[in-house]
Design a protein around this ligand. Structure first.
Ligand code: MG
Length: 254
């Protein structure tokens, strides 16, 4: 079931989104060689709590932390660890969200650790642009397939792999609601977009193959099958008569 949100509900979702984005902007101040992914997770937790909100990833589906933190060839769902120390040239994707007054925010950003190679920068810039291109398609009358097709076309034209197994989603009183929002698809296909729908769009784009793998003993972390890096950017947005509204703006990052 797709839940349309009222103007009053959208105001609360803007607050949830503001805090979710604030957590990413706060983390961004601390991303550098030598920091552990667990330290970044704790910064997220402390920020969200300081805003009077709850970390909505924590314990959801038994996930143990506030943020999914995924390094280099980890696509998504990396588990923060004190033993995972970032080093110069890494990229680190942080995915986190906050819940306040019963409503959720969700967003993700791939940070550079120090200087990264031009090839990796191009991957990240393409993924960030793909997110914005997808958001532009999130207008009443379009369909979910218009979002996915735009993201897929842009990224594949640049030679990158578009992850198929994971996708964006509706968001509201639940972190994950209908509809699913794939990063691939066909124009004019799928669920029709209506004013009042709130969705998270989140391209996960691989430098090489689109194929994924998981490792024994870790049911969370999703890796690229070929070990090449992957980038992940996400916004929660509202579909309105006036066009898409980003609920998780991050002026110090984008
Ligand atoms: Mg999400």
């Amino acid at each position: 079931m797709i839940v349309l949100k009222s103007a009053r509900e959208l105001e609360i979702m803007k607050e949830a989104g503001r805090i979710s984005a604030g957590a990413l902007m706060e983390v961004g101040k601390y991303v550098r060689p030598g920091v552990s992914t667990l330290e970044l997770d704790e910064i997220c937790y402390d920020y969200i709590k300081s805003q009077g909100a709850e970390p909505n990833f924590l314990h959801l589906y038994d996930f143990p932390n506030t943020a999914c933190i995924s390094v280099n060839d980890e696509i998504i769902h990396g588990i923060p660890s004190k033993n995972r120390i970032l080093k110069e040239g890494d990229i680190v994707s942080v995915d986190t969200g906050a819940k306040i007054d019963g409503y959720n925010g969700d967003n993700a950003y791939t940070f550079y650790v120090g200087e990264v190679s031009p090839e990796v920068q191009r991957l990240c810039e393409t993924t960030r642009e793909a997110l914005l291109i997808g958001i532009q398609q999130a207008v009443p009358g379009n369909r979910v397939g218009d979002i996915g097709a735009a993201i897929q076309e842009y990224c594949e034209s640049r030679g990158y792999g578009v992850v198929r197994e994971y996708e964006g989603h509706g968001i509201g009183t639940k972190l994950h609601e209908e509809p699913g929002v794939p990063n691939f698809g066909r124009p004019h296909k799928g669920v029709r977009l209506l004013p009042g729908m709130t969705i998270a769009i989140e391209p996960m784009i691989n430098m090489g193959t689109a194929k994924i793998k998981q490792l024994p003993g870790d049911e969370w972390t999703v890796f690229t099958a070929d070990g090449k890096p992957s980038a992940h950017y996400e916004h929660s947005i509202a579909i309105t008569e006036d066009g898409p509204v980003i609920l998780t703006p991050r002026p110090t990052l984008d």
